[in-house]
Design a protein around this ligand. Structure first.
Ligand code: ATP
Ligand code: MG
Length: 409
């Protein structure tokens, strides 16, 4: 791609995570290209190209399942408030589509280690911002004044946490200070963008570290206020253990190359608010299933004001939650019915986490683990053995009595 752009008369460099990760000996997640060609010009060079984004216009060039992001060099241009291509309101960068030189482009990137350019002219790395030194020292340093840069785009705070966790880098003190102060700026970020960022934080293989750092810098409470409030009251109790185990589990699955769904992860993060609300409703006389359904709806509708959740995921979360009480019903045909439910697997994994964290009796989880591993007739026996004793007694009484033997026989 770089050579193709060059042959068409443009400058083109590999930039961002691709360069950073290769220099660190890590496998880049994706590749980003910076060029002096405008998005329209990029589109003319590559047939397999789509232009995306309004706030930040980009060209996506598709190669099978791979997408390479091609960004035109950004300049600082005219910073007047209310301009049309670069718009800043109350310090927040609402639109950033003024093009400029590569030097200007380097300085408007987020971290020094993300502002390194690989140059195909002489195979060198161009460093305008001291990124190579920070890379060597394992430091994450924001370009420019931290407060101004976080105000321009508060998502950079979440990016700081994510890169620190993923790379094992230290955030330099002046950036840490700004992080500790400015978390509430995240309120001004559209929930849909926070959903994308939440997935990157929790589905990149370092969810545990991201979570711990987010809590440390008071950012978790901006994304999941209800969960944060409950967990900060609980300290070391099972709800805290549950979230920690859920995140560990996600990291492990990603390391093993197993699939993870955002629905499971979000169901874990929101379980405690849902569980507590459902218990309150049950205490008020509501039945278990409707209580769980109502609690799920209430918690999700409050959550999406902060972090959007696409419907296909929120539906699955609600199913995982609603299926939990059905694990308690082990008699008769019910276990078979639950086993064939399309969400059985996710709900069962969720039950295991609850058992591991001490919320439910491990015996229940073990029963279901065993139930799945045995043959049909043994499953039948397990279900029969689970019939409540009162029910068994009642059945026995209903059986017709054998006539008493006549006297003398
Ligand atoms: P990874 O792809 O591994 O998550 P990355 O550094 O490549 O990390 P991307 O989101 O792919 O991150 O962005 C590519 C590059 O674009 C970044 O390295 C950075 O230079 C720049 N960039 C991305 N988002 C921002 C932002 N919010 N503010 C400033 N620069 C940004
Ligand atoms: Mg990238």
């Amino acid at each position: 791609m770089l050579y193709r752009l060059k042959q068409s008369g443009f400058q083109a460099h590999l930039v961002g995570g691709g360069v950073r990760d290769l220099l660190l000996g890590r496998e880049p997640k994706d590749f980003d290209v910076a060029t002096d060609a405008s998005p329209e010009q990029v589109k003319r060079v590559f047939r397999n190209c789509r232009l995306i984004g309004r706030r930040f216009r980009l060209a996506h060039v598709h190669f099978g399942r791979e997408i390479i992001e091609v960004a035109t060099f950004r300049g600082t241009g005219d910073i007047t408030e209310g301009g049309s291509e670069r718009r800043i309101e109350n310090g927040m960068l609402l639109r950033d589509n003024v093009y400029g030189s590569i030097e200007e482009d380097a300085l408007r990137r987020d971290f020094t280690v993300n502002a390194l350019y690989y140059n195909i002219e002489d195979f060198s790395v161009i460093d305008y911002a001291g990124g190579l030194e920070d890379l060597e020292q394992g430091q994450l340093r924001l370009l420019g004044d931290p407060e101004t840069r976080f105000r321009e785009d508060p998502v950079r705070m979440l990016r700081a946490v994510r890169f620190a966790a993923k790379l094992g880098f230290n955030i330099v003190p002046e950036v840490e200070e700004a992080l500790l102060d400015l978390g509430d700026l995240l309120e001004g970020v559209p929930p849909a963008r926070l959903f994308d960022e939440t997935l990157k934080l929790f589905m990149g293989g370092t969810a545990v570290q991201c979570y711990e750092k987010m809590c440390h810098y008071n950012l978790f409470r901006e994304l999941f206020p209800e969960t944060d409030e409950i967990l900060s009251r609980e300290e070391n109790q099972f709800p805290v253990v549950f979230v920690a185990k859920g995140l560990q589990n996600t990291d492990l699955r990603i390391q093993e190359g197993k699939p993870v769904t955002p629905a499971f992860l979000l169901a874990v993060l929101l379980w405690e608010p849902v569980r507590q609300l459902a218990n309150d409703l049950i205490a008020e006389g509501e039945a278990k299933l409707p209580a769980m359904q109502q609690a799920g709806s209430v918690v999700v509708s409050q959550q999406v004001r902060h972090v959007a959740i696409p419907r296909r995921f929120s539906l699955m979360m609600k199913e995982i939650w609603s299926l939990q009480h059905r694990f308690e019903q082990r008699a008769g045909k019910r276990p078979q019915r639950l086993l064939s439910h399309p969400r059985f697997r996710a709900a069962y994994d969720f039950l295991l986490l609850r058992a591991e964290s001490g919320e439910v009796d491990p015996e229940l989880a073990d029963w279901w683990t065993c139930y799945q591993s045995v043959e049909g007739n043994e499953q039948q026996q397990m279900a029969n053995a689970s019939r409540p004793t009162t029910e068994r007694r009642r059945r026995r009484r209903r059986r017709p009595k054998r006539p008493l033997p006549a006297e003398g026989e």
